[in-house]
Design a protein around this ligand. Structure first.
Ligand code: 5HY
Length: 232
């Protein structure tokens, strides 16, 4: 099977990191193709950036072919509903995937994301997915998305400190890392804090593979029905 993994921001180094994380967990025989649009925001932090990234994201999915599933590798599940109108193949948002997995392994989990301005979009999605009750809190580490691309930055230490606060103050039993750019940090942080730390890219690839294997496709009726040809 072939899985298209789309990073909706335009930072190629982050797309490579996302692709590497996806390949680490993909089954033998699964090909991962990680891409990002040519135009759009270099990072997505909040509602405005999300809106500005939509055209590039949807164009990337609309023009792609030969894929069995699509993963949207941005934690606010950018354009997820619109993308599901473009193809009957499963389209998985890394946020939605991680929240569902977290709710199956813990009674309450906390999300640790980047900047404060990113928090409301994630909270909105948790409500939409019916999982807000299982999420103790969405926390901001105040690490900018692009700081994650600088190995010398103290990004990991600040994320780790926020996880410590989530365990102490939220009684979090699991942590969801709220940015695709944190994909390479999950294992070390789980060992450091002694609880499950989930990365969305990993969860989404696992979910996509199982949906493809089970032959589960997106309904073509109602909300996800394809746009008429003249609107494509
Ligand atoms: C992400 N932004 O996963 C989100 C994280 C955030 O460019 N990739 C981004 O802050 O919403």
């Amino acid at each position: 099977m072939r899985i298209l993994v789309v990073n909706p921001n335009t930072t190629a180094s982050m797309t490579e990191k996302i692709g590497a994380a996806a390949r680490r967990v993909a089954s033998p025989g699964t090909e991962i193709v990680a891409v990002n649009p040519a135009a759009g925001p270099a990072s997505i932090e909040g509602f405005y950036d999300e809106a500005m990234s939509l055209a590039g994201l949807l164009d990337t999915i609309r023009t792609a072919d030969g894929f069995d599933a699509v993963v949207i590798a941005c934690f606010d599940d950018t354009g997820l509903d619109a993308a599901r109108c473009l193809t009957e193949k499963p389209v998985i948002g890394i946020g939605e995937a991680a929240y569902h997995y977290a709710s199956m392994i813990a009674n309450r989990f906390s999300v640790v994301t980047t900047l404060g301005r990113s928090v409301p979009a994630l909270e909105h999605n948790l409500h939409r997915y019916g999982l807000m009750e299982r999420c103790a809190r969405v926390r901001a580490s105040e690490v900018a998305v692009l700081d994650l691309e600088h190995p010398g930055s103290d990004a990991c230490a600040r994320i780790s400190a926020e996880i410590g606060r989530a365990v102490a103050e939220d009684r979090a039993e699991a942590i969801v890392l709220g940015c695709a750019g944190m994909a390479d940090l999950a294992d070390a942080l789980a060992r450091e804090h002694g609880l499950p730390v989930l990365d969305g890219v990993t969860c989404a690839v696992g979910l996509a593979e199982s949906m493809v294997r089970l032959g589960i496709l997106t309904s073509r009726l109602g909300g996800y029905s394809p746009p008429p040809a003249h609107k494509r």
